[in-house]
Write a protein that binds this ligand. Structure first.
Ligand SMILES: *[C@@H]1O[C@H](CO)[C@@H](O)[C@H](O)[C@H]1NC(C)=O
Ligand SMILES: *[C@@H]1O[C@H](CO)[C@@H](O)[C@H](O)[C@H]1NC(C)=O
Length: 355
């Protein structure tokens, strides 16, 4: 996790602790988490700490109180989601920035029910399911461990389940209870959030891996033992990103109390799809109402025709090129024995900056 992000969140949490309506995302770096991890925190005091987290709703406080490592684990999940989002959107006009003076981590831009908001919800719900599942396998959380039920699960006859399978069922269920706890009203926004949270968890489940090991006389592999393993979280981020462009625009069917395609004749979204209600705001220009910084000053790729290319990223305003001079090691040679000798060279690199 980028230190800067942590420091930003930390600064943010200090003056938002008592503000209602803030988000559990802020948990990402609360100093209370460190306080919780101290050994002299008793069972009673960590429960009190959970109850004092003003940015958690009551149900989240109760879940927090079920185990002394929950708060830390959820915080890791939040951090995982945030940093993955920033990786995936690094070259986009909206690059998943953390707001510096807002009570909701991403700032007022997420009051718009946009496809970007859909992504943030999906990736952070997946992040919590992921870190809780990992916490279970590592023995950090007392209510769970390895998946014991999978032994009775189906195999194709070429292997047997064994070892420690990650218990995705527990992680998913926890994420559903904790992350979705705020969505108590049947509003269009809540239905959208729940759909996208579910989609995030589905992409995590669909990307689980099966690891196997052979047993038997001299590599005969007469017995193959397999277990289920969490993927690299990057896979979940990539998989959700592929759904981002094709996200479904929906609206509320008030009579039925559920979401339906925005326009007649469009397909209903599947459980894997992201859904959104509002068009995205313009991320090109600075907009203080939504806390959008605009793309002025962003670094762009001169040779790319994609969204990270100078023409799209700079929104047609043009860009300027700066040449950076750096002194670096070069023409390194191995000298017997045992040294590496290098010369120093001046290297020029170009950086293109949006106007
Ligand atoms: C933060 O504060 C600055 C200056 O007070 C303001 O220009 C900016 O729009 C604010 N950002 C957000 C996200 O509210
Ligand atoms: C810029 O874009 C080109 C073409 O898409 C790509 O090959 C290159 O790696 C990009 N450069 C950077 C620094 O991302």
């Amino acid at each position: 996790m980028n230190l800067l992000i942590w420091l930003t969140i930390l600064a943010l949490v200090r003056h938002t602790l008592s503000t209602p309506g803030t988000s559990w995302w802020l948990l990402g770096a609360s100093s209370t988490v460190e306080q919780l991890m101290r050994d002299d925190v008793t069972t009673i005091s960590y429960k009190a700490i959970c109850q004092n987290q003003m940015y958690l709703v009551d149900k989240q406080k109760d879940l927090c109180s079920t185990d002394r490592n929950i708060l830390k684990t959820v915080a890791e999940g939040a951090a995982l989601g945030i940093s993955e989002c920033q990786h995936q959107f690094a070259g986009s006009r909206w690059n998943c920035p953390i707001a510096t003076n807002s009570t909701s981590l991403f700032g007022p831009v997420l009051t718009v029910n946009s496809r970007e908001k859909a992504y943030v919800h999906a990736i952070s719900a997946a992040g919590v399911a992921y870190s809780v599942t990992r916490g279970c396998s590592q023995g950090d959380i007392s209510d769970c461990g390895c998946d014991k039920r999978i032994k009775y699960g189906p195999t194709d006859g070429t292997f047997e389940w064994g070892g420690c399978s990650d218990d995705i069922n527990f992680g998913e269920k926890f994420s559903r209870e904790f992350v979705d706890a705020k969505e108590t009203k049947r509003t269009a926004e809540s239905l959208m959030n729940i759909h996208n949270n579910e989609a995030g968890r589905k992409h995590l489940r669909d990307n689980l891996q099966r690891m196997c090991k052979c047993h038997g006389v001299s590599g005969s592999c007469s017995i193959r033992i397999c277990w289920r393993k969490l993927p690299d979280f990057r896979k979940v981020g990539d998989s959700l990103s592929r759904k981002f462009e094709g996200a479904h625009m929906v609206r509320m069917n008030v009579r039925k109390g559920r979401l339906r395609p925005r326009h007649r004749g469009q397909k209903y979204p599947t459980k894997n799809d992201l859904v959104y209600i509002d068009q995205s705001p313009n991320y090109c220009d600075q907009n203080s109402k939504y806390g959008i910084a605009g793309t002025r000053g962003r670094s762009c790729n001169e040779t790319s025709n994609g969204i990270d290319g100078c023409s799209l990223l700079c929104c047609g305003r043009g860009y300027r090129t700066m040449v950076k001079e750096e002194e670096k090691d070069c023409r390194c040679k191995f000298v017997w024995c045992c040294n590496v000798k290098c010369e120093r060279c001046i290297e020029h690199t170009e950086e293109h900056i949006c106007n």
